[in-house]
Write a protein that binds this ligand. Structure first.
Ligand SMILES: [Zn+2]
Ligand SMILES: [Zn+2]
Length: 394
């Protein structure tokens, strides 16, 4: 089948919806919401689709702020292609990860594929996935069956460079709690057991460990409880630590070594250590056949994507857990003129500029074209499935 006319019609559909898509991206940016609280964003996306006459299932997978819209072609059968929308923001700095643009691009891509669906064979499913920034919404939705039957999944992420196959590493969260004994900090400090000191000692050991780890690994965190009053020896202290590495075997080693820092501190101070390993994200496994198709489509739109830069890691994502089991892509398209770090106020400002909206619409077209490739060429879906790596360890 000659796909160029279909892609031309899909691109025209994105252009036709440009004002609405830009408006959606701006509205979500103006109403930043934390993970699992994205009621405004989920409603705005659903309302946009419903205004186009498309059905939306809200609260998909039992998650209030998740949603699914799905369109099957007339002939039935064929593969199911998922386009993922994210729309959560960060505490304090709003849309410093640009998820408002991910949402608008996914809606644009979905509208574009729907516009040509009768000439294709298969199903396109828009999945609104809450809580990427902590909360692992996609893991929850997959467990609830929202990704069932999906043959390929895709999304774009805004960035400060165009990268087809970014290195996004595996992650585990460690919740730590020290319990000591309270006492008057001036009158009888010797009667206390200082939980904050235990945490600080462990933190110091963890900081020393950082010098010795591989360059694509990360260890970082925050103290969530450092005591209640300065005249009380803290009886309780807590922290949330994140350990990341590309190699699952090395990640397991780092987890053991980080925990040992805090176990040693518990011994040194006489505090009790309680801990729990939480959220797990897999490394992103970029599906090479789908990435090649996306790369060709983006190039045709005037955006040639490069490979990842040597020595650069780009954080982690719950899309990694999808990519372990379903052929997936998670490419980056730049929304900035120069290097701007994610999760910064500068990136939040960049996520609402005309340049950002232009990129969002290019992403919508490139995603739609790639979905069209998959729906029109069964051999591409077969190649993509053959290229899925076995699930990575946690
Ligand atoms: Zn982020
Ligand atoms: Zn993000």
């Amino acid at each position: 089948m000659e796909l160029q006319p279909l892609k031309g019609r899909a691109a025209a559909r994105v252009d036709e919806a440009a004002a609405a898509l830009d408006g959606l991206a701006l509205a979500i940016h103006d109403h930043p919401e934390l993970g699992y609280e994205e009621r405004f964003a989920a409603s705005a996306i659903a309302a946009r689709l419903e205004a186009e006459g498309l059905a939306v299932a809200r609260g998909a997978g039992g998650v209030e702020t998740a949603l699914v819209a799905q369109t099957k072609t007339g002939t039935g059968g064929g593969p199911t292609i998922a386009i993922c929308a994210e729309y959560d923001a960060l505490p304090g700095i709003g849309h410093g990860c640009g998820h408002n643009l991910i949402a608008a691009s996914a809606v644009g891509a979905y509208l574009a594929v729907v516009a040509v669906a009768k000439d294709l064979r298969g199903t396109v499913r828009l999945i609104g996935t809450p809580a990427e920034e902590g909360g692992a919404g996609k893991v929850k939705l997959r467990a609830a069956g929202v990704f069932d039957g999906v043959d390929a999944a895709m999304m774009f992420h805004p960035a400060d460079a165009d990268v087809l196959d970014p290195l996004m590493v595996a992650l585990r969260v460690l919740h730590l709690e020290f319990r000591g004994r309270a006492a008057h900090a001036a009158a009888s400090p010797y009667a206390g057991v200082n939980a904050l000191d235990a945490l600080m000692l462990g933190w110091g050991a963890m900081s020393a460990l950082r010098q010795l780890v591989r360059s694509d690994s990360r260890i970082h965190g925050i103290i969530t409880d450092g005591g209640q009053a300065s005249n009380i020896i803290p009886e309780h202290a807590a922290a949330k630590i994140v350990v990341r590495a590309a190699d699952p075997t090395y990640l397991a080693d780092l987890r053991r070594r980080v925990l040992a820092c805090f176990e040693g501190a518990a011994t040194a101070t006489g505090c009790e250590l309680h801990y729990e390993w939480g959220e797990a994200m897999d490394m992103v496994t970029t599906n090479q056949p789908i990435a090649a198709a996306f790369g060709a489509n983006a190039r045709a739109l005037g955006r040639p994507l490069g490979p990842r830069r040597a020595g650069e890691t780009s954080g982690s994502t719950d899309m990694g857990n999808i990519s372990s089991v379903i052929p997936s892509i998670h490419p980056f398209l730049s929304i900035t003129a120069e290097r701007v770090p994610w999760h910064s106020r500068d990136f939040a400002a960049a996520a609402r500029t005309p340049q950002a909206f232009d990129t969002m619409r290019v992403a919508a077209k490139a995603l739609a074209f790639t979905a069209i490739d998959l729906l029109a060429r069964p051999e591409l879906v077969r190649q993509a499935k053959a290229a899925v790596a076995p699930p990575r360890g946690k």
